[in-house]
Design a protein. Structure first.
Length: 418
C-alpha cells in the first residue's frame, strides 16, 4: 500500500487546523484528509477502466486531494444500473492497475467504491430480474425484483469478498463498501425496501444482519494493508425510510465488529429522494434531454416534475446529522455533503471529523485543494445547479461551466484497457 506525502504522521485524523497534514486511514497514510468522493463518472466501457477515466481522475490527484475514489463498481454483473458500468472481475485488473499507477505517481491514494444496485438494477442491462430484500416494483428499473434466497446471500457475500481481493491485487489502497443511497445493502436497512419476515427483515437487528455480514466478509478477505470504509446512510429522507436513530445504532454495531477503518456519512435514496443527497437545483430539462430510454424519457416528462423534490442547498448540509455519530462513536468519520469552503473543512476537522469528502466542488475546480493550500482561494466557485450529473452517461460527468476541463477522446469514452 502506498504512503503518499510526507511530514509528521498523526495517529488519527488531522487535528485542529490540520487541513494539509498527513492523516491515517486504517493502515494507510494519506497526504491530507481531503477525499474526492465517489461520483459516477460515466467514462468506463464494457465494464472496464479506460484511459479517459484515468485522465479524469488524474486531475484530482494532481490537484492535491489525499485520496480519489473510483466509482461505482458492481461486485457482480447483476448489480449494474448502466451497460458500461464497472464490474469487478479479473479482466478489470490491468486497467485498474494502470489507474492506480497514475494516481500514485501524482501523490494520491486510490479508493474503489464497491456495491450492488439490487432492487433497481436495470433488467435491460443484466438480462434478468434484479434481486432485492423483497419482491417490489422499481420505477427506475421498470421491473419487479425477486426476494433474495439463501443462495443469493451466499453468492453476494462471496462477490464482495472476491472483489476486495482483486482490488488489493491491482494496487488499490482502500475500498468503500456502499451502504447508502438505496443500493442493495442500504435496501436491507430501509424498511421501505425490506419487507422480509425472516431473520433478515423486520427488526433493525434483522435488517442490519446482511450488511454487517458483508462487512465482516470484506474484512476477513482483505489483506492487512488495505483500508476499508463504509458509505452509510444516516437517513433516507422520506417517511417510512431509514431513520437517524437507527443509523446511529447500525454504526455502533459496525464499530463493535471492527470491520471498517472509517465511516463516510451520507443520506438520500436514489429512487425516492434523489436530490436529497445533492441539494440545490433540479436540472430536469437536462435529465430528460440526455435520457436514452424513450419510454423512461416520456415518463420523466410526465411524472418527474411532480415526484422529484427540490431541497435547498446549504453549506455542509449533512453536518447536523453527522454530529450525532461524532458524539456516539470512536470510529473515524468522513464528513460529506455540500462542503465548498476552506473554513468549513477546518471547522469540521477541529470538531472531530477525521476526513472531509468533496464532490461537485472538485468537479468545478479539480485543483481546489492545491489552490487552498497555496492561499489562492478560500472556497469553490461551484454553484449547486447539478447539471454536472445530467450528461454522465452521454459525455461523462463534468461541470458545464468549465467545458475546457472536459476530457477529450474520439468515441466519447475511450477504449477499455484490457
Amino acid at each position: 500500500m502506498m504512503e503518499p506525502g510526507g511530514g509528521e504522521l498523526l495517529a488519527s485524523g488531522a487535528g485542529p487546523g490540520g487541513m494539509f497534514e498527513p492523516v491515517r486511514l486504517g493502515p494507510l497514510t494519506l497526504r491530507n484528509p481531503i477525499i474526492k468522493c465517489a461520483t459516477n463518472e460515466g467514462l468506463s466501457r464494457e465494464g472496464l477502466v479506460t484511459d479517459t477515466l484515468i485522465s479524469w481522475h488524474r486531475r484530482f490527484a494532481e490537484g492535491g486531494v489525499g485520496l480519489t475514489t473510483l466509482a461505482y463498481c458492481a461486485v457482480e454483473p447483476e448489480g449494474r444500473t448502466f451497460g458500461h458500468q464497472l464490474w469487478m472481475r479479473p479482466q478489470m485488473q490491468r486497467g485498474l492497475a494502470a489507474f492506480c499507477d497514475v494516481m500514485h505517481a501524482a501523490g494520491a491514494a486510490v479508493g474503489l467504491q464497491l456495491g450492488h444496485a439490487g432492487w433497481f438494477a436495470s433488467p435491460a442491462v443484466i438480462k434478468q430480474r434484479p434481486i432485492g430484500p423483497s419482491r417490489q416494483f422499481s420505477m427506475v428499473g421498470q421491473s419487479v425484483s425477486k426476494a433474495m434466497t439463501p443462495a443469493d446471500f451466499g453468492r453476494v457475500r462471496d462477490r464482495f469478498a472476491e472483489a476486495v481481493v482483486l482490488a488489493a491485487d491491482a494496487g488499490v489502497d482502500g475500498v468503500e463498501i456502499h451502504l447508502g443511497h438505496g443500493y442493495l445493502l442500504s435496501q436491507f436497512l430501509s424498511p421501505y425496501n425490506n419487507r422480509r419476515k425472516d431473520a433478515y427483515g423486520g427488526s433493525l437487528e434483522n435488517r442490519a444482519r446482511f450488511p454487517l455480514e458483508v462487512l465482516r466478509a470484506v474484512r476477513d478477505a482483505a489483506p492487512p494493508g488495505l483500508a476499508i470504509w463504509a458509505k452509510l446512510n444516516m437517513v433516507d429522507g422520506f417517511q417510512g425510510g431509514f431513520e437517524l436513530a437507527d443509523a446511529v445504532q447500525v454504526a455502533r454495531w459496525i464499530e463493535r465488529d471492527g470491520s471498517v477503518d472509517a465511516l463516510q456519512l451520507t443520506g438520500g435514496h436514489t429512487t425516492k429522494t434523489p436530490m436529497f443527497l445533492m441539494r440545490g437545483d433540479v436540472p430536469l430539462r437536462d435529465l430528460i434531454k440526455y435520457e436514452k430510454n424513450p419510454v423512461r424519457r416520456v415518463g420523466m416528462r410526465v411524472v418527474a416534475p411532480r415526484i422529484i423534490q427540490e431541497y435547498p442547498f446549504e453549506e455542509a448540509f449533512f453536518l447536523p446529522e453527522a454530529r450525532q455519530f461524532l458524539a456516539e462513536l470512536s470510529t473515524p468519520l468522513m464528513l460529506l455533503g455540500g462542503v465548498t469552503k476552506r473554513s468549513t473543512i477546518e471547522s469540521a476537522l477541529r470538531e472531530g471529523f477525521q476526513f472531509v469528502a468533496m464532490g461537485r466542488a472538485l468537479l468545478r475546480q479539480p485543483d481546489l485543494v492545491a489552490r487552498m493550500m497555496a492561499g489562492e482561494t478560500e472556497e469553490s466557485p461551484c454553484i449547486p445547479c447539478n447539471r454536472c450529473v445530467a450528461e454522465m452517461e452521454d459525455q461523462g460527468t463534468r461541470c458545464v461551466f468549465r467545458p475546457g476541463l472536459s476530457v477529450q477522446f474520439p468515441d466519447a469514452h475511450g477504449a477499455p484497457i484490457r
